[in-house]
Every structure is written in structure tokens, then in C-alpha cells.
Design a binder for this molecule. Structure first.
Ligand SMILES: Cc1ncc(COP(=O)(O)O)c(C=O)c1O
Length: 395
């Protein structure tokens, strides 16, 4: 998922007051400041300013070659920014729709996607000092909200971010945001950030941490066709960072792009000992030759809420004789590639069969029955599981 990118791009677009201007003696954009802006071409700005002083300056800038009329960069009002953001979103024609956003900086919820923005000076945007998590919305319920909340609080503590509210308040804000959105199928993504303040490396001048949340509608049908994976050539994060769900997903993004470039769905990370670790936003599972469900241990990778739930739901499959046992432990690459079944597991993908890893066909090259049974079990759990995994949303 591309939440952080979204946040960053929105941030850079939506806050005209943070236009990069190193002209320290200027306090507002109505003052002529062409030479100090980090971009060329202020024709529009200068065209709008008609006072004799400004016209003289304009002439002198032109004479000094400081105005490049070829590039027209307009100075926008706050209202124009919102209009442009709205038009941009309409142009994008993306499948996902953002139905509501909560921001502790704004102190409320917005449903106009053009207004869904975060400040550029938020430490999360310019230093990656933020953590995030997701919870699926299914049939008007949040799936595994409390498990994901536990994880974001763990991540926040590892990132030394003190949340702006207590856990219960955050939980209520998240549920309320989904309620306002009217979304019944999609996902809720939320961030805890060191918050806005300045552009320094230290967050000491970010007085208040921030909570942001967005509700994303997803109407796309579930795809359960088998997929191909490759071994990632992008180094994986060291355990301190891999076990924390921070917004630093550049390695994950690059590894996903590597996979897509060769027609694969994802790239699998191997850890420092060469053992199977995880995918860029999912865990991995196998059905061994001994018909055990096997997953890598979670000490160097993200503790996936879906993988943990799958491990518990798989007990039913043991009772039914579909698998002989369940094991979390070291997974050698040869064992993984030579397994009966391989699957990717995560809240975005749920459970998806892998039919090929690098050049090796996994199992019989078809979607595996255990992966299918686990997908059905997760779907049933999402629709009618116990209250410990299903939080009703009051709409
Ligand atoms: C690196 C990584 N591993 C695993 C997962 C799967 O976790 P979950 O099942 O909680 O979505 C994710 C998903 O967020 C992830 O980003």
C-alpha cells in the first residue's frame, strides 16, 4: 500500500505556506522575492503585481536575466490550491477512493479528498519519523482493529513517538472516521507521527505528535490466482527497523518494483543468515513435504496480524487432517522452493498461492488446497469471526 507516498505527495501539494523559499527576510508571498525562490519563472507572480515599484523590479529582474518567461509558475491562493487538488484527483482516475480523513492537526474529519493533506513540516514527511498500520473494513466491521492497534503502539514506542491521545481515544477516533465515511468494504490506514514543527533532524521542536487516518474504499474483487515471486536483490531492513512498521518503506517499494519489472508479484527477502524472511508487505508461509504449515519466526520481520491469525485458524485444518502440524521456525530457501505449497499472507493480499519462486515451480505449479482453505478461513473470520477480531462500526 502506498499510504506514506500519498501523504507525502499531498503534503507537498497542499500547503502553499511551505513553498520552499529561503528568502528569510520575506514573510509573505505578496512581496516580490523572485531571486530567492528555488525555481525559475515568476512571470505570473510579477504580471499580477502592478505597482510602479514592482514594475521597476520586474524590469530589473528581466534585465538581470532572473525571469525566465518560458516557465510559468503561478502563485496560488489557498482556495486555488484546493481547486487544483480536486481537479488533480479527478484526473488521476485511480481505482481507490478516499472517503474520509481524520487529522489531529486539523482536529477533525474531512470527506473532501482535496482537503486530505498533512503539513510538509511534519517530521514524518521530511524525516520519515512516523509509523503506520492498517485494518480491513469488511461488512461494516473493522477486522483485527485491536491487534493492529497493539502493533502501531509498539511501533510508535520503538520510534520514540508519544501518541497525541491515549489508546482508547485513538480507537474511538478511528471507528468514528470509518463511520463518517460510510465505507463498508475497504481499509482504514492510520499514522502516528512526531508531528509538525520545523525542518530540523531532531523532533525537539515538534511540540505535538500527530494522528492521521484515511478510509480507502475498495470495491475490487478478490483475486486468488497463483502468483510468481523472485528473491529480492534489495537488502532487507535490519531487525530493529523490520520489526517496526515505520513509514520508511523505500526498500519495500524498490523490492516490489524489482519484482514487477520481471513480471513477478513480489520479491522475497532473505535475512542475514540466508533464511527466508518476508515479502515487502506480506509474510510468507509454506506447506512442507511433511505437510506442516511452516512460517519464518517473527524476530527479524514484521509480526503480521494476518499471519498470526492464520496460524491460529490453521488449527482447524490440522483437526480436519488437511495438514499434519503447524510450525514457526527457520526456513531454508531450498526447503521453501521445494515445498508442496507456498503462500503470501497479509491484510492486503489475505492468503495467496505462490506457484513459482525465481525459476523454480512450487509444488505442482497450481494454487494449493491449503492456501485456498486458509483464505476461506480468513474470509469467514472477517465475515463472522468472534468479537475479538470484529469491531462493529456505528454508521
Ligand atoms: C513488511 C511487512 N511484512 C508483513 C506484513 C503483513 O502484516 P499484516 O498481516 O498485519 O498486514 C506487512 C503488512 O503490512 C508488511 O508491511
Amino acid at each position: 500500500m502506498a499510504g506514506a507516498c500519498w501523504a507525502a505527495s499531498m503534503a507537498s501539494l497542499a500547503f502553499p505556506q511551505t513553498l520552499i523559499n529561503t528568502n528569510n527576510h520575506l514573510s509573505d508571498h505578496s512581496t516580490l522575492s523572485a531571486p530567492k525562490f528555488h525555481f525559475a519563472g515568476h512571470g505570473n507572480l510579477l504580471r499580477r503585481c502592478k505597482s510602479p515599484r514592482i514594475l521597476r523590479k520586474r524590469a530589473s529582474y528581466r534585465a538581470e536575466g532572473l525571469i525566465e518567461s518560458a516557465v510559468d509558475v503561478p502563485l496560488l491562493t489557498g482556495l486555488e490550491v484546493i481547486e487544483r487538488l480536486r481537479a488533480k484527483r479527478e484526473q488521476l482516475k485511480v481505482k481507490q477512493q478516499f472517503l474520509a480523513m481524520y487529522s489531529s492537526v486539523l482536529g477533525g474529519i474531512v470527506t473532501d479528498s482535496a482537503a486530505m493533506s498533512i503539513p510538509l513540516d511534519d517530521h514524518m514527511v521530511h524525516r520519515g519519523h512516523g509509523v503506520f498500520d492498517t485494518a480491513a473494513i469488511m461488512d461494516g466491521h473493522l477486522y483485527e482493529l485491536d491487534q493492529h492497534l497493539d502493533r502501531i503502539h509498539r511501533s510508535a514506542s520503538m520510534a520514540k513517538i508519544r501518541p497525541p491521545f491515549d489508546r482508547e481515544t485513538i480507537r474511538q477516533i478511528l471507528i468514528r472516521t470509518v463511520g463518517v465515511s460510510q465505507c463498508r468494504k475497504g481499509s482504514l490506514r492510520y499514522w502516528l507521527s512526531a508531528g509538525p514543527g520545523d525542518f530540523q533532524l531532531s523532533p525537539s521542536c515538534c511540540p505535538e505528535s500527530a494522528l492521521y487516518a484515511v478510509v480507502i474504499q475498495d470495491q475490487s474483487p478478490l483475486d486468488s490466482r497463483g502468483i510468481k515471486v523472485i528473491t529480492s536483490s534489495v537488502p532487507m531492513k535490519p531487525p530493529q527497523f523490520a520489526t517496526m512498521k515505520s513509514v520508511n518503506y523505500l526498500p519495500n517499494v524498490l523490492s516490489k518494483m524489482d519484482a514487477e519489472e520481471v513480471g513477478a508479484y513480489a520479491a522475497i527477502w532473505l535475512d542475514d543468515e540466508g533464511l527466508v524472511a518476508e515479502g515487502p508487505n506480506m509474510n510468507v508461509g509454506f506447506v512442507t513435504k511433511e505437510r506442516e504449515l511452516l512460517m519464518p519466526r517473527f524476530d527479524k520481520i514484521l509480526s503480521g496480524c494476518t499471519a498470526k491469525r492464520v496460524l491460529s485458524l490453521a488449527e482447524e485444518l490440522v483437526k480436519e487432517g488437511k495438514i499434519k502440524g503447524i510450525r514457526v521456525g527457520d526456513v531454508m530457501v531450498e526447503e521453501g522452493k521445494g515445498s508442496e505449497e507456498m503462500m503470501l499472507i497479509g491484510s492486503g493480499i489475505l492468503v495467496r498461492s505462490v506457484i513459482q519462486w525465481d525459476d523454480q515451480v512450487v509444488g505442482n505449479g497450481k494454487e494449493g488446497p491449503v492456501a485456498q482453505a486458509l483464505l476461506n478461513a480468513i474470509l469467514a473470520d472477517m465475515k463472522s469471526g468472534p468479537s475479538s477480531v470484529r469491531t462493529p462500526v456505528p454508521y
